[in-house]
Design a binder for this molecule. Structure first.
Ligand code: GLU
Length: 301
């Protein structure tokens, strides 16, 4: 496994064609695109790394996996009254479908749906407490206390994320946001600004692998459903392409991170800040594709 990761680093991690970093969040525009890390956390607890696997990065939308698990833990299947589970076929921050579909976002991984998950885990507590719960979940999953929120990144997004504010107001206009728009939006931006290294992220994903040795933070049924949503909706309108090329459930973030799950085998994290046209890590996707091809791992047998 270590040789494979070194091979991926040498072949893909050092590629000159790296895609462009996200610029719509000013703090993320400052990130050096010449970075690449990868980590495999195996079901048996072994951890393998290559490249910049210890460098913390902004996990952004990868946080939506943890937020969904936390929100489901709070309200269970009632969550599905407020958000759907179909791919959107549109960009992550699209407003288009919300109007047509009466304020019910297509899935919990597009921004509108993720705002609902945030609203659910925020209910009844203050943003700081709710974020504390989310951090506790992530720290417990990775068995690492050294995971924090980057306040500068959160503020940078809060100041400039007009589309997400619009989405939040739109949801509120349909009665599908229970806390105030500012509270939900601020909590969402802080959630996205969690920083983790590839090592921490791969370890945190082990609760989705499901073996005797992995953390039991959600039931088996829920784990399967979260993985199904990662497969169908985890890469926005690039989800079909990711399923086709990689064949593993995955979730991307505009910070350039991807978390993928090989059920029963391993949790895999990759990070390279440059993005492809869908807003997913360019080299990260290529690395996952090579990883899946070389290991032969796929949920499709
Ligand atoms: N915080 C980002 C946003 O809402 C997350 C998007 C992403 O990572 O895909 O725009």
């Amino acid at each position: 496994m270590k040789d494979l990761l070194d091979d991926i680093y040498a072949n893909i991690g050092l590629s000159p064609e790296r895609g462009g970093v996200a610029t719509y969040i000013p703090e993320l525009a400052k990130i050096d695109p010449h970075q690449f890390g990868m980590c495999v956390a195996a079901a048996d607890g072994e951890v393998y790394t290559a490249g910049d696997a210890e460098v913390p990065f902004s996990i952004q939308s990868v946080s939506k996996v943890f937020a969904l698990a936390l929100a489901l833990g709070k309200v269970g299947d009632q969550l599905w009254r407020r958000v759907g589970r179909e791919p959107s076929g549109l960009s992550f921050n699209s407003l288009l479908l919300l109007e047509r579909e009466d304020g019910i976002p297509r899935n919990p991984f597009i921004n509108a749906g993720a705002l609902i998950a945030t609203d659910i885990y925020l209910a009844g507590s203050r943003p700081k407490e709710a974020l504390g719960q989310l951090l506790r979940f992530v720290r417990a999953a990775s068995d690492d206390e050294d995971i924090h929120i980057n306040e500068m990144v959160a503020r940078s997004e809060i100041a400039t994320g007009h589309r997400n504010v619009a989405l939040a107001h739109y949801l509120a206009s349909f009665g599908n946001l229970h806390s105030g728009v500012d509270e939900v939006y601020g909590t969402y931006c802080h959630q996205c600004a969690i920083e983790m290294s590839c090592r921490q992220l791969a370890l945190a994903g082990r609760f989705l692998i499901d073996t005797d040795d992995t953390p039991k933070l959600v039931s088996r049924e829920r784990r399967r459903r979260i993985a199904a949503l990662m497969m169908t909706c985890g890469h926005y309108d690039g989800s079909g392409d990711f399923a086709f090329r990689v064949g593993l459930p995955g979730k991307s973030g505009v910070g350039g991170g991807i978390l993928a799950i090989a059920p029963g085998k391993a949790s895999v994290a990759v990070w390279s800040p440059g993005l492809n046209r869908y807003g997913n890590s360019k080299l990260g996707t290529e690395a996952m594709e090579m990883f899946a091809r070389k290991t032969g791992w796929s949920v499709f047998g």
